[in-house]
Ligand binder design. Structure first.
Ligand code: ADP
Ligand code: MG
Length: 583
């Protein structure tokens, strides 16, 4: 007896469904995409019990006639492509003709549909892949698909479903993606008979973001000017430097209107935000890439969540460049708010000490407030007559806990982390110099001989050039020994052996991901951090003022090279709320 058998159509569909339909959110994705492909202007999604008991998607799109309504349930039945050549230029979201038969094979399925001009529509009921009823249905023009008891006939699959709440969240995320991809379409989402959101059709992405996520987030987003980079046009909105989330939930990326997940683009976003986000944080993005359909293969993932680019590097560079440009253009408007102070407005007078002393590891005293010594009879409001009037002025009030510079501007209170601020300043200064002509290097009075482990020695040999650019004059000196002859002046106080080992470790761990230029930057950021003003270093007036001025001149003044914020603004409004003056 032969051992090979053809699978029945139903079984084949169930197998195929396993790839396309993983969970309720996949059903929602496929149905909403069908509605969008059918030119719907308005899409209603209704679910019960996390979509496990019911998903209903209703649209006002073009609908189907009776023949098509029957045909659409066949596997590989699609109106969207005809030939292999079409695959290269496909602009619809669907094209495989797989979704509806897959869904119908793993649920109780009901389709009602009517074309605009048709006298009657059709209603088709399918259970576990078998057509049970076909009849006239007099519904409104458009299409409605109802999916009940998902995976009722696939207990194994059903077991993999998560809690109703989790499945609901997945569905909601899916709807967010669709809603951002198509602001011109109205969406409503009803969960267990409660309206979760009702989004009017809008003209712009900006309106859609506001409607869905609120003005507060919108105020912290920057628009990406849609300039072409090679073959790619990037547009949308991205969070200001420092606006971040602990997960990727608000990292939305679309390629030709299709929401996608992509390690490549994820890495590009990270690179674009380099030094503008804390480690382990993710940017908030609503980024849209336009690219010729022939430049991207959308047929590589069963749920079409991933795509393959013909020129991945080009795409990557386009994204990185757009983000960089957008972040630095945002800087100008930011500086408007924090224009450098007129020098006579500085009133802080901390005990005098050298400007940027080398690390001072004296234990940190926990004085609650370290405010400038007040002039007699001027207890609470030093120089109150000089409170900043203009939007662009501020004055320094004092130093808190030897770390935070307290300032007042027209909007309220500003706190500056002097350590983070100094890091940012040094970082940019050094990067500029490296780009221009390399870091200056100062000869050591006594060159240091340093022994390294064999692997480190080998690595160092290959990277002496990079180190020289960073101002570290190192030469080979025997098999595993090196002679350190010069250092950048700002590092002269450091322990050369420790420093060199740090640099090697740092560069080695960074080198897998990044370009040589980036290596240098990464390293500078790290070294600078260790040698920047420490929390409990006193700064004199003039030094504080210079620090703030220099910070404002930075390219990305609002965060340190590790992405921590350098400044926090607490508005008068917030203070009023906290003091119960305003509700
Ligand atoms: P695909 O979207 O890949 O073509 P589907 O199985 O999702 O495959 O749908 C099959 C076909 O059914 C589509 O090509 C389309 O012609 C038709 N169809 C599906 N949903 C709708 C809808 N909401 N409105 C109009 N036509 C639809
Ligand atoms: Mg489809």
């Amino acid at each position: 007896m032969s051992r090979i058998q053809l699978l029945s159509d139903t079984l084949a569909s169930q197998v195929a469904a396993g790839e396309v339909i993983e969970r309720p959110a996949s059903v929602v994705k496929e149905l909403v995409e069908n509605s969008l492909d059918a030119q719907a202007r308005s899409i209603e999604v209704m679910i019960r019990r996390g979509g496990i008991s019911l998903i209903r998607v209703t649209d006002d799109g073009v609908g189907m006639d009776r023949d098509d309504a029957l045909l659409c349930l066949e596997r590989h039945a699609t109106s969207k492509i005809r030939s292999a050549a079409d695959l290269a230029t496909v602009e619809t979201l669907g094209f495989r003709g797989e979704a509806l038969p897959s869904i119908a094979s793993v649920a109780r399925f009901r389709l009602t549909t009517r074309e605009k001009e048709a006298v009657a529509g059709s209603e088709i009921i399918v259970s576990g892949g078998k057509i049970e009823t076909v009849r006239d249905g007099g519904e409104a023009p458009g299409t409605q698909v109802e999916v009940r008891s998902l995976f009722y006939n696939l207990p194994a699959r059903r077991k993999f479903l998560r809690s109703e709440n989790t499945e609901t969240r997945n569905i909601e995320h899916q709807l967010y993606l669709q809603a951002f991809a198509h602001p011109e379409v109205a969406y409503s989402f009803v969960r267990d008979d409660k309206v979760v959101f009702q989004l009017p059709a809008t003209r712009t992405l900006r309106d859609r973001i506001r409607d869905l996520l609120g003005n507060e987030l919108l105020a912290r987003l920057i628009e990406v000017e849609p300039a072409p980079h090679g073959k790619v046009v990037v547009s949308g909105f991205i969070g200001q430097a420092g606006v971040s989330r602990a997960s990727r939930t608000q990292q939305f990326v679309f390629v030709n209107g299709r929401a996608i997940e992509s390690a490549l683009l994820g890495a590009a976003l990270k690179e674009g935000y380099h030094t503008a986000l804390m480690k382990g944080q993710y940017p908030v993005t609503f980024l849209f890439l336009r690219i010729a359909p022939a430049e991207v293969d959308v047929n590589v993932h069963p749920a079409k969540r991933e795509v393959r680019f013909r020129d991945p590097n080009g795409v990557r560079e386009a994204v990185v460049a757009s983000i960089r440009r957008t972040l630095s253009s945002d800087r100008e408007s930011w500086q408007e708010q924090f224009r450098a102070p007129a020098s006579e407005s500085v009133v802080a007078a901390a005990p005098s000490r050298p400007v940027f002393p080398v690390p001072n590891d004296a234990e940190q005293t926990r004085l609650p407030v370290e405010i400038a010594p007040p002039s007699p009879g001027d207890d609470f409001q030093p120089n109150e007559q000089r409170a900043p009037a203009g939007k662009h002025e501020f004055r320094i009030l004092g130093i808190l806990n030897k770390l935070y510079v307290l300032m007042e501007n027209a909007e309220g209170l500003v706190l500056v982390d002097q350590h983070a601020a100094h890091e940012r300043i040094l970082f940019e200064e050094l990067r500029r110099r490296i780009e221009a002509k390399g870091v200056p290097s100062q000869r050591l009075l006594l060159p240091q001989i340093i022994e390294l482990a064999p692997r480190d020695a080998e690595w160092l040999e290959r990277n002496l050039g990079t180190l020289r650019k960073m101002g570290l004059g190192v030469e080979e000196f025997g098999r595993q020994s090196f002679k350190l002859e010069s250092l950048p002046p700002f590092l002269s106080g450091a322990d050369p052996a420790r420093l060199l080992q740090d640099v090697i470790d740092g560069l080695k761990s960074a080198s897998r991901a990044a370009s040589p230029a980036r290596l240098g930057e990464e390293m500078i950021a790290k070294t600078v951090c260790r040698h920047a003003v420490k929390a409990n270093d006193y700064l004199r007036n003039a030094e504080v003022e210079k620090l703030i001025r220099d910070l404002l001149d930075c390219e990305l003044p609002y965060c340190c090279p590790h992405g921590r914020p350098t400044m926090i603004q607490i508005s008068l409004g917030e203070l009023e709320k906290k003091f119960g003056r305003k509700v």
